[in-house]
Design a protein around this ligand. Structure first.
Ligand code: 5GP
Length: 115
């Protein structure tokens, strides 16, 4: 269970700057930030490789990832100016860590995306 790079961060086997934690979700700073604020939110107890692997039973957990990001953004004063949340799924999206995670990007005017 959780035997991925992010599993090692969840188990505190490798260091990360943890900025959010609740019973189900861990939030930590991305090692290669793509915006002034770039935090990754991951489920702590379930290893879901990609969004495509998620089941209906995991719908609430996936919703909680988004709500954790929103709570963090509010707490850090980022909500009024706004932010972006992203989940990459497999090759065409550039997914590199196969442990479902939500990116929160904030702190500046973000460019358009999709190209
Ligand atoms: P993906 O491309 O899979 O959607 O996102 C994976 C993210 O994990 C990337 O933004 C990458 O910078 C980040 N990352 C990769 N290795 C590490 C690490 O060891 N520590 C942290 N904090 N982030 C990492």
């Amino acid at each position: 269970m959780n035997d991925t790079l992010f599993g090692k961060i969840i188990r505190r086997e490798i260091p990360a700057t943890i900025v959010y934690e609740d019973d189900e979700i861990l939030g930590f700073k991305d090692i290669a930030p793509q915006a002034p604020v770039h935090v990754l939110f991951v489920p702590k107890h379930e290893l879901i490789p990609t969004l495509d692997d998620a089941t209906p039973e995991q719908a609430a957990l996936i919703g909680k990832l988004a709500l954790a990001a929103a709570e963090y953004a509010r707490r850090e004063g980022l909500a009024q100016d706004g932010y972006r949340v992203v989940m990459n799924c497999r090759e065409h999206a550039g997914q590199t860590v196969f442990h479902l995670h939500l990116h929160l990007l904030a702190g500046a005017q973000l460019g358009r995306f999709g190209s």
